[in-house]
Design a binder for this molecule. Structure first.
Ligand SMILES: Nc1nc2c(ncn2[C@@H]2O[C@H](COP(=O)(O)OP(=O)(O)OP(=O)(O)O)[C@@H](O)[C@H]2O)c(=O)[nH]1
Ligand SMILES: [Mg+2]
Length: 462
């Protein structure tokens, strides 16, 4: 959790990562601080420049927040109300105070906002995230606070459409949902004209929702590629299904995707029933039309899982039917203002996408239980003179899997590394040096702590 409050008289901005109880703060530390501003000069967050005196454990409460980010090289801890990058960083003359409890944990940060940045215009974006000072006081008394966090970027809480029709374009979130392996990620990449989602012939390739943003003059469509909905057999699977369902709830339009080359399964029926419960427009996307048997024998069975606002047969892999699909989607989206900068294509960091590309190669080159037991983490990412040095760990669950991923004489790891390096270089358009290490993390797919550590936490993706 996180909440901000602002004391206009003292000119102080508070940012707290936990419910405070009276007497909990026993120590204060001072660090240089800055304010993060957006392109319009409005405050969207703060940054403190930490040093080696503070350990990662001490700032764990802050780092739980989805828009908190620590640069391990510089020690800068940035906290923002949104995922966007600050357009301007204004360093403050006064240092910020970090409030610590008796375990040395950082509970919150206080900083003095200079007069020039304390105008209503500057504070406008922060305003909805501020809790009133009375409530902040109540927190100190141990009452349950009215916590206002950064808005989930999903559609439910997006601003109302703008008034002037001249400026309004079609804007909305389109959830691509369906069972594993029907081609959701392939479609996302095809619609965007570039690869941001990994694809494999194995089911359950996508693990976290990935937003791909398509901006054109009349519309901004945010496609949400979701994990395939299936019968979960471990906590990771449950997480995947939970986040996929959350994407259905948050969508302005649902693209229910099926594989028309095979008949509907019980899973298709169940997902269709979930989709039907939503009130937003629903499009039945019949994919893999290139591979379907003559006479489209399954068309009627899928149609019967409806009603659908529209049905369309496509071949995502060949790009067939996509422009019609896009037009049908756009005309069903609400009017609004763009939510992302024009040139932004994905909502994930380069690091996340690069780690996914490594996982994709593991999915492609290894067999049996190995592909699903792998999680890839970026451990180091540093721009050096001639190349970006990237170190990642490939986590598996068993020693035997580690052996398979490394391969005889390291051959498999070399193969994975070399294929991933080519893709990452293409994505970043620069030379990289990729250093892969294989680690055993027993039963991580069923261990909540490991899931959190590896970035599979439901709250991060809702
Ligand atoms: N023949 C054919 N194959 C396709 C088409 N679209 C996707 N595929 C293949 O289907 C497989 C699964 O594709 P993905 O895009 O990873 O499927 P997904 O629905 O994202 O799967 P999960 O992430 O596991 O839920 C891959 O081997 C794709 O190449 C298509 O239009 N025609
Ligand atoms: Mg996928």
């Amino acid at each position: 959790m996180i909440h901000f409050s602002h004391d206009p008289e003292a000119g102080t901005l508070y940012c707290y990562f936990t419910e405070l109880e009276a007497g909990q703060v026993v120590e204060e530390l001072e660090y240089p601080a800055s304010l993060l501003l957006d392109v319009a000069g409005q405050i969207i967050g703060l940054r403190v420049d930490l040093d080696d005196e503070i350990t990662l454990d001490q700032i764990d409460l802050a780092l739980e927040y989805e828009h908190a980010w620590l640069d391990p090289d510089t020690g800068r801890l940035a906290i923002s109300i949104s995922a966007e990058e600050a357009a301007q960083i204004v360093s403050l003359d006064d240092t910020a105070f970090l409030d610590l409890d008796d375990d040395g944990r950082v509970l919150g940060i206080e900083l003095a906002v200079p007069d020039s940045l304390r105008t209503p215009e500057r504070l406008a974006r922060l305003e909805p995230h501020l809790i009133a000072l009375e409530e902040a006081v109540a927190i100190t008394d141990g009452d349950r606070p009215a916590i206002l966090t950064a808005p989930p970027a999903m559609a439910e809480d997006q601003p109302e459409p703008i008034d002037s029709p001249a400026q309004a374009i079609r804007v909305g979130f389109v959830a691509l949902v369906g069972k594993p392996n029907v081609g959701k990620s392939t479609l996302l990449n095809a619609l965007l004209g570039q690869k941001i989602a990994i694809v494999s012939p194995r089911p359950q390739t996508t693990r976290v929702p990935l937003r791909g943003i398509l901006t054109r003059s009349d519309a901004q469509i945010i496609f949400v590629d979701t994990p395939g909905i299936h019968e979960p057999r471990h906590k990771l699977g449950q997480f995947m299904v939970d986040v996929a369902r959350a994407s259905i709830r948050a969508a302005d339009l649902i693209g229910f995707m099926v594989d028309i080359s095979t008949p509907p399964s019980r899973l298709d029926e169940r997902i269709a029933a979930q989709v039907q419960r939503s009130r937003v427009p629903k499009i039945l996307i019949l994919n893999k039309v290139d591979a379907q048997p003559r006479g489209a024998p399954h068309l009627e069975e899928y149609h019967a899982l409806g009603p659908w606002d529209m049905e369309i047969a496509i071949a995502a892999i060949k790009g067939e039917g996509l422009s019609t699909l896009l037009d049908e989607i756009v005309q069903r989206l609400p009017l609004g203002e763009p939510l992302y900068p024009q040139d932004q294509v994905a909502d994930q960091t380069e690091q996340h996408l690069a780690a996914e590309l490594v996982r994709e190669k593991v999915l492609r080159f290894t067999e049996q239980e190995v592909p699903h037991s792998v999680a890839v983490e970026v451990e180091e990412w540093e721009q050096k003179e001639t190349a970006t040095y990237i170190r990642m760990s490939v986590n598996v669950e068993k020693e035997s899997q580690k052996g398979i991923v490394i391969g005889a004489g390291g051959a498999m790891l070399k193969r994975i590394g070399s294929a991933a390096r080519q893709d990452i270089e293409k994505m970043l358009d620069r030379t990289i040096y990729l250093d892969l290490w294989v680690k055993v993390r027993p039963h991580w797919r069923d261990n909540l702590a490991s899931l959190g550590w590896l970035g599979y936490r439901v709250k991060d993706w809702k």
